[in-house]
Design a protein around this ligand. Structure first.
Ligand SMILES: *Cc1c(COP(=O)(O)O)cnc(C)c1O
Length: 959
C-alpha cells in the first residue's frame, strides 16, 4: 500500500487502527516488519491477486451521499396501490428514529447470548404474541424471510408433519400471488414432490393430498369462507396453510378459527417501508403439536439463576447450526429488525388503532368499488378487504396510464384486468383519482366501520389483548419503552462483538443514511420499470462491483440471506448438471467444519450430503476427499467449501481440492461468508470456485439487525449464468403470463421477490464506493492484522486451535478451552458468560468446534478496544487459575455464577467466596462504564421443557 492515508478518507474512519505507531505495536508480537509481510506469510501465494481491484476511485462520505441522491432522484415516488403483497404504510416517526435508524437496535447480533439480548428478545416475543393473537394460532416464530419463502417453508412443514404421505400432492389454490406459486414450485421441483395448482373454490381435487395452501384475501382480492374446504382437506388427512394478510385479520375471521394448521404472511404493512420489495418480516404461526417442526427462530420464556423470568431462543435443536442436514429449515439470518419494527407498530397503535387502520383501508376500497360499479365497470369479486379487481376489456393499460398521470400506481393483472389496493396511506382524494382513471366518479363515500365483509366472516374475537399492546399510548411512553429495551442489550454501539464467522464491523452512519429516503424506501417492487431507473442502476452497479471483487461472471442480489444464496447457488449447479443430461448428480460433499446452513441448503436443493473429514491441522483431508470422490464419482454434484475455512485457515491446497472435484465432474461452491479475509487479496472465482454466495450483512457492512435483515448475493462463473435467479412474477405466471396451471420456472430458480432485500443495498453500495479498491484491500489486511494480533496476545493464555504457516491465522481464530475444561471444569460457556461482566458480547461459542470460542475482531476495532478484550480474557484466565488452585469451587466461582446482575451484587447478604468487587468490577475501568445484564444465567433446558412462546402476564415479573 503506497498511497498515504489522508484524514478525509473514509477508510481512516472505517478501520480502527491506522496510525503507524498502533500498527507497529500490533505487528510486534508477530515478529513481522509490516502488514505486507504478514499478508505474504498468511495468504497462500498460489491464490494471491497480482493486480489491484478495478473499481472506481473512492468517494468521500459527502460524495457517496450525493451519488446516492442521484440514484434516488431517478426513482419516482408515487402513491402505491399495486398491492400483491406490498402495501403503503406509515412508519411512525418514533419507530423509524428509535428502531430502524437506531444503532442500539440495528447493530445488535442474533440473540444467541440471551442475557445481553433481553430487550430485543422481548420485542421479538411481542412480535410472536402479535402474530399469534391476530392469526388465532397458539405459536408463532420470530420471523421468516419473506411471504413467498414462508409459504414454501409451510409446504415443507406440512410434508414433514405428514411424513407417511411422502408421495402425496401439495395443492395450491390458484388464488395465490404468482410470486408465491413460483417460489413453492421451485422448492418442489428441487425436492421432487408433486405440486398442483387448482381452483379450490370448486372443491378438492382427486388423489392423495399432503397439504393445501389457501390465501386470504386472494390474489384477486376475494375474501372467502375457507371453513368448508379446510374441513374437507383435514378430513382427507391433509394439512392446511392459509397465507393471510395480517391487517385484514383485524376484521376477518382468522385462520386459526377456520381450522387451519399453519398461517403465514408478511408483516410489511405494519409500519415497514416498501423498500422496493424487502427486507420485510414474514411470519409463521402454527397449531399446537407442530412446534418441533417449525422453521426459523422461536423466542421462549425460561428463568434465570434467581428464578426470575427470562427470554431466550427456544428449541434450538431444530435449527441448522445443530441439526445440519436434518434441520427443519436452512434459515439462519431472518428479519429481526423488521419484526421488531412491525411489533412496535402494534404496540404503538394497539388493537383499536390497528382496527381503525384496517377499517379505513376497507372503506376506501368499498367507496372505489361502488364508484366503479355505478359506472358499469365489472368487478371480479363482491367480497373483499382492501383490494378491488376490475375487468376493463382492452383498457387496462389506458387505466394504468391515467392513474399514473395522477400520481398513482395500480396493478396490471393482464390487458383486461386491473387491481387496486387501498392501505393506511390512502386518502379520499386518491380514491377519487383512481375512480377517474377508470372514467368513474365517487358517488357514495363509505365510512370506517361500515363493513362489507360477508356475515360469517366478520371477526368477533379479540386480538392484541396482552397489556403490552394496551398500555403505551403517549410518545413519551413509547420513547422510554424503546430506550429501556435497547439499554438491556449489548450491541456494536457499546462494545466490540468479536463473533467469529459473523464479521461484526462498522455500519457507518453515511452507509445507513439513505435507506429511509422515500425515493428508495417508498418504491413498490412491481412499480413500472421506468419509475425505478435509479434502483435498477444502483443494483446493476453494485452487482458489477461484486463481480469484480469475486472474480465471477455474474451476480444476483435476489437471495435475502446467506442461506438463500446457498440454495440459489446449489440450484444453479443442479440446473447446469441437468442441462448436461447429468440428472443423477446429487451428492454434495461438505467438510465437517462447514456452517450448518451448507448442509441444510444442500438438502433443500435436492442433494445428499456426504461429509469430508478435516485433518488434525484443520485442512480438508485430501485422502478422504479422494475416497469420497471415488465412492460417489458418478453422482458427484458439488463440494461446498468455506474459504478461508471456518477454522480461520487459508487452506493452501484449495486449488487442488477444486481441481480434483472438477476432474470428477463436480462443481465447486465456495461459501463466501469469510470474504472479509479475501477482498482485494484473492478472488474465489479465480482460484477454483464455480459459484459463491456473499454475506452483505457481514463483509459489506449491512448491520445484523439483531438477526436480520441480510442479503446473500449469489455469484457465478460464466457457465452458470443462465441459472441465476429469475423473476418470480414471470415464473409464477405474472403480468401476461399464464395464470391457469401457472407456468413453471423453466429451471430458472427463484428464491424471493425479484430484488430480494433491495432496501438495504445502498448500505453495501456506499461501503464499496467509499472504500474503493484500496480501502477494501486495506480493510482485509487490517482484519488479518487484528486477528493475528489477538491470537498472538492470547495464545499463551488459551491455545489457538488451528494455525497455518508461521503460526498465523486468517481473519479469525479459535481459542481452545477443552484442556482447561478437562482440568478445571470451567467451560467455554462460562467464559462467554463471564465476558458479559466485563461488558463484552461473547465470541462465537461452540462453532465450528464444541468447547471453543471463535474470535473475529474485524478491521473496525481499534487497538484500545482489542486491548480491553485481551485484558478481560487474561483476567478470566486468572480466575480459571483460581478455580484450578482451589481458591473457590467451580459452582461458586465468579465464572459459573456469571453474569452478575445489579440485583445479585447490590445485596447486604453477599455470601459467595469471592469478593463482590471482583464480581462486578473485575477490571478498574468498569467502575465508570458498567453494563449490568438484566438477568442472570438462563436455564435453557427449563424453557424447552415448559414451552412458552408468547408474552407472559406482567404478574410473572413481580418480585
Ligand atoms: C453466516 C454464515 C452463513 C449463513 O448466512 P445467513 O445469512 O445467516 O443465512 C453461511 N455460511 C457461513 C460460513 C456463515 O458464516
Amino acid at each position: 500500500m503506497t498511497t498515504a492515508p489522508h484524514a478525509s478518507s473514509f477508510a481512516e474512519r472505517h478501520i480502527g487502527t491506522t496510525a503507524e505507531a498502533g500498527i507497529s505495536r500490533m505487528l510486534a508480537p508477530l515478529g513481522l516488519p509490516s502488514i505486507d509481510a504478514l499478508v505474504d506469510a498468511a495468504v497462500p501465494a498460489g491464490i494471491r491477486l497480482r493486480d489491484s481491484l478495478q473499481l472506481p476511485e473512492p468517494l468521500s462520505e459527502e460524495e457517496a451521499l450525493a451519488r446516492l441522491r442521484a440514484f434516488a432522484g431517478r426513482n419516482e415516488v408515487k402513491t402505491q396501490m399495486i398491492g400483491q403483497g406490498f402495501y403503503g404504510t406509515h412508519t411512525p416517526p418514533i419507530i423509524r428514529r428509535q428502531v430502524l435508524e437506531n444503532p442500539a437496535w440495528y447493530t445488535a447480533y442474533t440473540p444467541y447470548q440471551p442475557e445481553i439480548s433481553q430487550g430485543r428478545l422481548e420485542a421479538l416475543l411481542n412480535f410472536q404474541t402479535m402474530v399469534s393473537e391476530l392469526t388465532a394460532l397458539p405459536v408463532a416464530n420470530a420471523s421468516l424471510l419473506d411471504e413467498s419463502s414462508a409459504a414454501a417453508e409451510a409446504v415443507l412443514l406440512m410434508r414433514r408433519a405428514n411424513r407417511s404421505h411422502g408421495s402425496r400432492t401439495t395443492v395450491l389454490d390458484r388464488n395465490l400471488f404468482p410470486q408465491t406459486i413460483a417460489v413453492i414450485r421451485g422448492r418442489a421441483e428441487a425436492l421432487g414432490f408433486p405440486v398442483e395448482v387448482a381452483d379450490l373454490a370448486a372443491g378438492l381435487p382427486e388423489g392423495e393430498i399432503s397439504g393445501i395452501v389457501l390465501q386470504q384475501p386472494g390474489d384477486d382480492g376475494a375474501v372467502t369462507d375457507h371453513a368448508a374446504i379446510i374441513a374437507a382437506a383435514r378430513e382427507r388427512g391433509a394439512l392446511v396453510t392459509v397465507i393471510a394478510d395480517l391487517l385484514s385479520l383485524a376484521l376477518i375471521v382468522p385462520p386459526g378459527e377456520q381450522g387451519a394448521d399453519i398461517a403465514v404472511g408478511s408483516t410489511q404493512r405494519f409500519g415497514v417501508p416498501l423498500f422496493f420489495g424487502g427486507p420485510h418480516a414474514a411470519y409463521m404461526a402454527i397449531r399446537t403439536g407442530l412446534e418441533r417442526s417449525l422453521p426459523g427462530r422461536l423466542v421462549g420464556v425460561s428463568r434465570d439463576d434467581s428464578g426470575a423470568p427470562a427470554y431466550r431462543l427456544a428449541l434450538q435443536t431444530r435449527e441448522q447450526h445443530i441439526r445440519r442436514e436434518k434441520a427443519t429449515s436452512n434459515i439462519c439470518t431472518a428479519q429481526a429488525l423488521l419484526a421488531v419494527t412491525a411489533s412496535m407498530y402494534a404496540v404503538y397503535h394497539g388493537p383499536a388503532g390497528i382496527r381503525a387502520i384496517a377499517e379505513r383501508a376497507h372503506a376506501h376500497a368499498r367507496t372505489l368499488a361502488a364508484a366503479l360499479a355505478d359506472a358499469g365497470v365489472e368487478l371480479l369479486r363482491g367480497a373483499f378487504f382492501d383490494t378491488v379487481v376490475a375487468r376493463v376489456p382492452g383498457r387496462a393499460d389506458a387505466v394504468l396510464a391515467a392513474a399514473e398521470a395522477a400520481g398513482i400506481n395500480l396493478r396490471r393483472i393482464d390487458a383486461d384486468t386491473v387491481g387496486v389496493s387501498a392501505d393506511e396511506t390512502t386518502s379520499e382524494a386518491h380514491v377519487e383519482a383512481v375512480a377517474a382513471a377508470f372514467g368513474a366518479t365517487v358517488s357514495r363515500v363509505f365510512s370506517p366501520g361500515e363493513l362489507g365483509i360477508p356475515q360469517g366472516l366478520v371477526r368477533e374475537s379479540g386480538y392484541l389483548t396482552h397489556p403490552i399492546f394496551n398500555t403505551i399510548r403517549s410518545e413519551t411512553q413509547m420513547l422510554r419503552y424503546l430506550r429501556r429495551l435497547a439499554d438491556r442489550d449489548l450491541a456494536l454501539d457499546r462494545t466490540m462483538i468479536p463473533l467469529g464467522s459473523c464479521t461484526m464491523k462498522l455500519n457507518s452512519a453515511a452507509e445507513m443514511e439513505s435507506i429511509s429516503w422515500p425515493e428508495f424506501a417508498s418504491i413498490h417492487p412491481y412499480a413500472p420499470a421506468h419509475q425505478t431507473a435509479g434502483w435498477r442502476e444502483l443494483i446493476r452497479d453494485l452487482e458489477e462491483r461484486l463481480v469484480e471483487i469475486t472474480g465471477y461472471a455474474g451476480v444476483s442480489i435476489q437471495p435475502n440471506a446467506g442461506s438463500q444464496g446457498e440454495y440459489a447457488g446449489l440450484l444453479a449447479i443442479r440446473g447446469y448438471h441437468r442441462a448436461g443430461g447429468d440428472e443423477g448428480r446429487d451428492v454434495c460433499l461438505i467438510p465437517a467444519s462447514a456452517h450448518g446452513t451448507n448442509a441444510a441448503s444442500a438438502v433443500l436443493a435436492g442433494m445428499h450430503v456426504v461429509v469430508v473429514k478435516n485433518t488434525d491441522a484443520g485442512t480438508i483431508d485430501l485422502d478422504d476427499l479422494d475416497a469420497k470422490i471415488a465412492e460417489h464419482r458418478d453422482a458427484l454434484a458439488a463440494i461446498m467449501i468455506t474459504y478461508p475455512s471456518t477454522y480461520g485457515l487459508y487452506d493452501a491446497d484449495v486449488r487442488e481440492v477444486c481441481d480434483r472435484v472438477h476432474a470428477a465432474g463436480g462443481q465447486v461452491y465456495i461459501d463466501g461468508a469469510n470474504m472479509n479475509a479475501l477482498v482485494g487479496l484473492a478472488k474465489p472465482g479465480e482460484f477454483g470456485g464455480d459459484v459463491s454466495h456473499l454475506n452483505l450483512h457481514k463483509t459489506f457492512a449491512i448491520p445484523h439487525g439483531g438477526g436480520g435483515p441480510g442479503v446473500g448475493p449469489v455469484a457465478v462463473a460464466e457457465h452458470l449464468l443462465p441459472y441465476l435467479p429469475g423473476d418470480p412474477v414471470r415464473a409464477g405466471g405474472g403480468p401476461d403470463g399464464q395464470r391457469d396451471g401457472v407456468a413453471t420456472s423453466d429451471g430458472i430458480p427463484v428464491v424471493s421477490t425479484l430484488f430480494g432485500s433491495a432496501g438495504v443495498l445502498p448500505i453495501s453500495w456506499a461501503y464499496i464506493a467509499m472504500l474503493g479498491a484500496e480501502g477494501l484491500t486495506r480493510s482485509t489486511r487490517h482484519a488479518l492484522l487484528g486477528a493475528n494480533y489477538l491470537a498472538a496476545r492470547l495464545r499463551e493464555h488459551y491455545p489457538i486451535l488451528f494455525t497455518g504457516p508461521g503460526g498465523l491465522v486468517a481473519h479469525e481464530c479459535i481459542l481452545d478451552l477443552r484442556a482447561l475444561t478437562a482440568e478445571t471444569g470451567v467451560t467455554a460457556e462460562d467464559v462467554a458468560k463471564r465476558l458479559i461482566d466485563f461488558g463484552f458480547h461473547a465470541p462465537t461459542l461452540a462453532f465450528p468446534v464444541a468447547g471453543t470460542l471463535m474470535v473475529e475482531p474485524t478491521e473496525s476495532e481499534d487497538l484500545a478496544e482489542l486491548e480491553r478484550f485481551i485484558e478481560a480474557m487474561i483476567a478470566i484466565r486468572e480466575e480459571i487459575a483460581q478455580v484450578a488452585a482451589g481458591e473457590f469451587a467451580l459452582a461458586d466461582s465468579p465464572l459459573r455464577r456469571a453474569p452478575h446482575t445489579a440485583a445479585a451484587v447490590v445485596t447486604s447478604a453477599w455470601d459467595r467466596p469471592y469478593p463482590v468487587e471482583q464480581a462486578a468490577f473485575p477490571v478498574a475501568s468498569l467502575r465508570v462504564d458498567k453494563y449490568f445484564p438484566p438477568v442472570g444465567r438462563i436455564d435453557g433446558a427449563h424453557g424447552d421443557r415448559n414451552l412458552i412462546c408468547s408474552c407472559p402476564a406482567p404478574e410473572a415479573f413481580e418480585n
